[in-house]
Design a binder for this molecule. Structure first.
Ligand code: COA
Length: 141
């Protein structure tokens, strides 16, 4: 999971980090194997990973916590193959199954067209934290 997240951020999210090493360091800094393991072990998290058939590495990661989708990342080399859509539909189904009628997330600049394609609507103005822009999106399930 950790390698997938770091690869996705580093290689796909240039519009967000623009190659700034300080921003990249703080963004990827908590995506360690130890931290991702602790996210997996947290009862409040629903995590989905995508693994290619017959392979032993992760190419997509999604995380739902209550009504927030807090991770959706596809490994470098695996974008535009439907992995992101699959992850999102799994998380939305899980949310709906637990009685949640609306989910929200904070999108990177990179992922905005993807979320819009999936029916998410932007709410409010973008916010800026640690050199990154985040836009709140919501979707009624
Ligand atoms: C954003 C991301 C998760 C999308 O995953 P993906 O596997 O590439 O997306 P999919 O192949 O499932 O695409 C689903 C649909 O969205 C569309 N889409 C995806 N990225 C798009 C983009 N940048 N612009 C326009 N449409 C896009 C696809 O064309 C597809 O539409 P279709 O089914 O009608 O053909 C992936 O590119 C990624 O990991 N980006 C970097 C990490 C990131 O920013 N994550 C979000 C954190 S908030």
């Amino acid at each position: 999971m950790s390698a997938c997240l770091v690869s996705s951020i580093t290689e796909y999210c240039y519009a967000d980090h623009q190659g700034r090493t300080d921003v990249l360091k703080s963004w990827t800094g908590n995506k360690t194997p130890q931290n991702t393991l602790s996210w997996l072990n947290s009862a409040k998290n629903h995590i989905v990973v995508a693994v290619p058939h017959g392979k032993d590495y992760v190419v997509g990661v999604g995380l739902l916590s209550d009504d927030e989708i807090s991770l959706c990342y596809v490994r470098h080399g695996y974008a535009n193959k439907g992995v992101g859509r699959l992850i999102m539909s799994n998380l939305e189904l899980k949310a709906a199954a637990t009685g949640i009628s609306r989910v929200h997330l904070w999108s990177t600049i990179t992922a905005k067209p993807f979320y819009e394609k999936l029916g998410y609507l932007q709410r409010g103005r973008p916010i800026h934290i640690a050199g990154l822009e985040g836009s709140r999106y919501e979707k009624d399930l």
